[in-house]
Write a protein that binds this ligand. Structure first.
Ligand code: PMT
Length: 219
């Protein structure tokens, strides 16, 4: 990876899970630890980029020379991301596991147990990476795809439907890759090409992914 290949670039990364509150003490979330996104932030900073990391609730230290913005919910992540993209950036990488849905209502008080079942209505959250890809000052936009089956078919769908420049797919059905693990394996696809990055530490994969991104971005 060419030393300081990303000097002068502003790279924006989302990482971690989001929390969608039901009431003051309960929320819906997922298994994302933030490790993949934080590893990418570290790799981008090491390659000389100015890095903004928009992070859901995780317990990881902020990498050196990375500007971190903490958010909780998908709507907060959306607002924080759009503010940064509006101000201008060169590369956007969406590693966050953003909740697709949030509870339709946020109860002001703790929901009480009652007789019978409780039915929750969930409403759709805005799609952050698709909105960035449709932005008038569109950065080079990279999405992730976490799938448990038909990984490549769904990833190809995301590349086209969300009009992304690149999609990094991971199979999250196994215990040793994807969510929370220290390792991962990625298949990266773009219009007219793909590259398989076999099982490795997330930090090492982050370097390989940033190198691919830097090459495609500069074309
Ligand atoms: O955090 P770790 O424990 O290290 O785990 C890493 C990871 C498995 C979370 C990561 O590698 C990964 O796959 N992240 C994407 C997880 C995901 O939610 O994928 P998805 O297929 O649901 O979403 C597709 C893409 O759209 C992603 O780039 C996602 O950030 C983005 N998205 C999704 C919904 C939404 N409302 N806004 C978005 O921007």
């Amino acid at each position: 990876f060419e030393h300081r290949a990303l000097t002068g670039c502003h790279v924006v990364i989302t990482a971690g899970p989001t929390r969608e509150a039901l009431d003051p003490v309960r929320y819906i979330t997922n298994q994302s630890s933030g490790k993949m996104g934080y590893a990418i932030a570290e790799a981008a900073a090491e390659a000389g980029a100015r890095v903004t990391l928009i992070s859901g609730p995780v317990s990881l230290p902020t990498p050196n020379r990375v500007h971190r913005i903490d958010v909780i919910s998908a709507l907060e992540m959306y607002d924080a991301t759009m503010a940064v993209v509006d101000a201008g950036c060169d590369i956007f990488i969406a590693t966050a596991a953003v909740a697709d849905y949030r509870p339709a209502e946020l109860s002001e008080h703790k929901i009480k147990k009652a007789d019978g079942d409780l039915v929750l209505t969930l409403v759709k959250n805005p799609d952050i990476v698709a909105t960035v890809a449709a932005h008038p000052q569109r950065p080079f936009t990279v999405g992730f795809a976490a799938e448990t089956r038909d990984v490549l078919t769904y990833a190809q769908g995301k590349l086209e439907n969300k009009r992304l420049d690149m999609v990094a797919t991971n199979d999250v059905s196994g215990p040793n890759v994807g969510f929370n693990s220290d390792n991962n394996a990625l298949t990266v696809i773009w219009q007219g090409g793909h590259k398989v990055l076999p099982l490795a530490a997330k930090r090492q994969l982050a370097n390989q992914l940033m190198e691919l991104i830097a090459i495609r971005y500069k074309r």
